[in-house]
Write a new protein. Structure first.
Length: 236
């Protein structure tokens, strides 16, 4: 228990550091998704960490645990969403360091280890879509297509995981885009909704954007940087 509490404290210290980078020092109320646009950073610019489970104890039957027995194993789950600005290798090194600092291993017994809950080794892959037009010329066409609706584009890191990550892991460039301006951010809230007028405007934005993208020559769509994994796939 001492070890699992120790590494949990390290995790919470890291979490506070990231919150301070986002909000500054002090107490803050409200949903992190709704960070004001005037802030220098958004939730997607920092790495989020939440302790979601802690497990320990010796089963005494009938749904209870022995009160006078030291548990041989204790577990915790950290839900971590790594910002694209931080490499997976950096996060791995951080976790390894916490384990080393908090382990109380004696004669090869005990100590702390960690493992990844997910799909194979995909946590080791740092897949991003570049907004550098020299690497990803389609990004400029995307921006131009959105501007046809009188909307300026301000790129940002989405504060959660989307299915785009599976495309990017395959080397396919992907951008997330939701034309929902002048709307309260209600992601996953109990009353998540969108005004009908905003929805209808969004449809028109998509129509203009898709028509514009469709006019881009195929060879230009396929053109990319030297290390852009999307190039050959788009040519195919």
């Amino acid at each position: 228990m001492e070890q699992i509490i120790g590494i949990s404290q390290r995790a919470l210290e890291f979490r506070k550091e990231q919150k301070d980078l986002l909000h500054g020092e002090g107490k803050h109320a409200g949903c992190d998704h709704a960070v004001a646009a005037k802030k220098k950073k958004t939730l997607g610019d920092v790495t989020s960490l939440n302790i979601t489970t802690m497990q320990a104890g010796v089963d005494a039957g009938n749904g209870s645990f022995a009160k006078n027995v030291i548990p041989p194993v204790a577990k915790a789950t950290f839900d971590i969403r790594i910002s694209p600005h931080k490499s997976p290798d950096e996060m791995k090194a951080l976790l390894d360091g916490w384990c080393q600092e908090c382990s109380k291993e004696k004669e090869g017994v005990g100590g702390i280890t960690w493992g990844y809950i997910g799909h194979g080794n995909d946590y080791k892959v740092h897949s991003t879509t570049s907004t550098d037009t020299k690497v990803n010329p389609m990004y400029q066409h995307f921006v131009d297509g959105v501007k046809l609706s009188g909307i300026e584009v301000e790129p940002a890191v989405f504060p959660a995981a989307t299915d785009s990550r599976f495309l990017r892991a395959l080397g396919i460039r992907a951008l997330g885009f939701s034309p929902m301006r002048n709307s309260e951010i209600l992601l996953h809230e109990y009353n998540e909704n969108l005004d009908v007028s905003v929805f209808e405007e969004g449809l028109e934005v998509y129509v203009k954007l898709i028509k514009h993208i469709a006019t881009v020559p195929i060879d230009e769509k396929a053109r990319g940087g030297e290390n852009d994994g999307a190039t050959e796939r788009l040519k195919a």
